[in-house]
Design a protein around this ligand. Structure first.
Ligand code: GLN
Length: 253
């Protein structure tokens, strides 16, 4: 009997080692999670001056998620409009880029449970009293980033007077140089740019479109439930709150 058990153990060990050799995962350490983002979206993703490293709320969040999944996060900076196609093609495992959950995007990719509540703002030069609300944009030059919900809103409100740019730095530069009269951009990002680099501009009126950010993954892939689970665990453990407070203080979520 003992012999048979030993034999069985031997066969099983052999099988495991054979499949181990054929498989890719043996002794490779943590797998790599290829994460796409776009770095002109502070304080969610940006490069501190003089630094090559990408920092921000999203970056801390995705690194915490990576630790939960025992996967190493590899960040790739891309044009915003290229992010979803890259997930679709399988060049990225996921995207975290302050990306708003919209029904149109959900037709193409999976989006996680919401991880941040946001909204769109109008930004104008200080002293501009002509623009107070979205409807005031009609027939005015408005700037926004290509592929964003801000750009979609701008097209809806200002028609063909919209100037679209690849980066948000260019968007703000266009306002600075008076090439446009207003910008549409996510409120927390507007606040950051105004405080850091653009004291001559201000937010006009109220936040006008409530949005929630989600992490983007391949449609119906195995990553979606894992990411949602990791997010829920980070919220439960208080780690999410710590990251939130680091970047936004103790304001209400
Ligand atoms: N939240 C906006 C969107 O999803 C803008 C995101 C961004 O510019 N990174 O379109």
């Amino acid at each position: 009997m003992k012999k048979y058990i030993l034999l069985l153990v031997g066969i099983l060990a052999l099988l495991f080692s054979v499949s181990g050799c054929g498989g890719e995962k043996k002794n490779e350490g943590p797998k790599v999670l290829k994460v796409g983002t776009e770095v002109t979206f502070p304080p969610f993703e940006f490069r501190e001056q003089g630094s090559r490293e990408i920092s921000g709320f999203d970056m801390d969040l995705i690194r915490a998620i990576g630790r939960k999944l025992d996967m190493q996060v590899e960040l790739l900076d891309m044009d915003f409009e290229a992010l979803i196609p890259a997930v679709k093609r399988g060049n990225l495992h996921l995207v975290i880029a302050g990306m708003t959950i919209t029904p149109d995007r959900q037709k193409i990719v999976d989006m996680s449970e919401p991880y941040y509540t946001s909204g769109l703002s109008l930004v104008v030069k200080k002293g501009n009293t002509a623009i107070q609300k979205p409807e005031d944009l009609k027939n005015r030059e408005v700037a926004a980033q290509i592929g964003t919900t801000g750009e979609a809103a701008a097209k809806r409100l200002a028609g063909d007077k919209v100037r679209s740019f690849k980066t948000n730095e260019e968007v703000f530069q266009a306002l600075k140089e008076n090439k446009v009269e207003a910008i549409i951009i996510d409120k927390p990002v507007a606040q950051y740019y105004l405080k850091k680099n653009h004291p001559d501009a201000m937010i006009a009126g109220d936040t006008f479109e409530k949005e929630s950010y989600g992490i983007v993954m391949r449609r119906h892939g195995e990553l979606t439930p894992k990411i949602n689970k990791a997010l829920a665990e980070l919220r439960q453990s208080g780690e999410y709150d710590k990251i939130y407070e680091k970047w936004f203080g103790k304001e209400v979520k």
